[in-house]
Design a protein around this ligand. Structure first.
Ligand SMILES: C[S@@+](CC[C@H](N)C(=O)[O-])C[C@H]1O[C@@H](n2cnc3c(N)ncnc32)[C@H](O)[C@@H]1O
Length: 259
């Protein structure tokens, strides 16, 4: 198990992690998710909230498509990218620094969306249930929570990856190594080591302890129901026109807050 003292560093997107995210997944870079969320939100009457909105990859295209959307994120660096990208487009920047566990808005939302599997960053099941209840309370009656999860099969991956990005004279590298898989808790812990190089010299490095909890389909449906949601639907790989196949890599849950 990870040390308690690691907790503060876990899943924090610092300077290099945010820079790499923004290079790798710039505004509008879609995995099929942006179009899917846009279509699911069509006709949504209330405002939309995107917790963990990051650099605005999804939020900004939805803002440009005319949705009344707000977001928040725990990382100041990610929020700074989102704000400057909004500013560059002459858009308002409706993003705040806040956390899943403690966000608070007076507005009630017509929908809450969480793409990119970000809900899996909450690794304690009790906390995840409390956050689902917060989401339910932040929705208008009949409002929808729509979120993505990776397939449980990801637990069995033994990820090791090395990647790099060139940004002008700057070279950013990322080495990811899985250090722990706990099948009982359905969690994975990886070390993501980021480095910033210039002219062959190391300028900065950063470590991100990346902790995820994967969910079973029935387990997540039960969690949604215990948090008070009704009418739970599931989609696979951002498609609404086909049955859930066993090989699906992304599942999207859509759950309705009671009237
Ligand atoms: C994979 S990125 C997703 C960004 C964006 N939603 C997207 O789809 O591209 C995950 C984001 O979750 C944020 N995050 C991590 N822990 C969080 C927490 N406890 N509360 C709010 N945001 C958190 C990170 O700062 C990061 O920006």
């Amino acid at each position: 198990m990870a040390d308690m003292k690691d907790g503060a560093m876990e899943n924090a997107y610092g300077t290099l992690a945010s820079w790499v995210y923004h290079l790798d997944k710039p505004i509008g870079r879609s995995f099929g998710d942006i179009e899917f969320y846009r279509d699911r939100l069509a006709g949504c009457t209330g405002p939309v909230l995107e917790p963990a909105a990051g650099n605005g990859r999804v939020l900004i295209p939805l803002l440009e498509a005319g949705f009344d959307i707000r977001g928040f994120d725990a990382s100041e660096e990610m929020v700074a990218y989102c704000r400057s990208e909004c500013e560059a487009r002459g858009l308002p920047s409706p993003v705040d620094i806040a956390r899943f566990e403690s966000f608070d808005y007076e507005t009630r939302f017509g929908a809450i969306i969480i793409p990119a599997g970000s809900f899996q960053l909450i690794t304690e099941p009790g906390q995840a249930l409390a956050v689902l209840e917060l989401f339910r309370g932040a929705l208008e009656p009949g409002g929808r929570l729509i979120l993505d999860l990776d397939a449980l099969a990801c637990l069995a991956d033994t990820a090791f990856a090395a990647r790099h990005w060139q940004a002008g004279d700057d070279l950013l590298t990322l080495v990811e190594s899985r250090v722990e898989t706990c099948f009982q808790r359905q969690t994975t812990l990886s070390q993501l080591r980021y480095e910033h190089w210039r002219e062959g010299r190391l300028v900065a490095s950063e470590i991100q302890l990346f902790h995820l909890r994967l969910w079973g389909l029935l387990e997540f449906e039960l969690a949604l129901r215990s948090a008070g949601f009704t009418e739970v639907g599931v989609y696979a790989d951002y498609r609404t026109d086909s049955a859930l196949e066993p090989g699906a890599s992304i599942v999207t849950f859509e759950a309705v807050a009671p009237l």
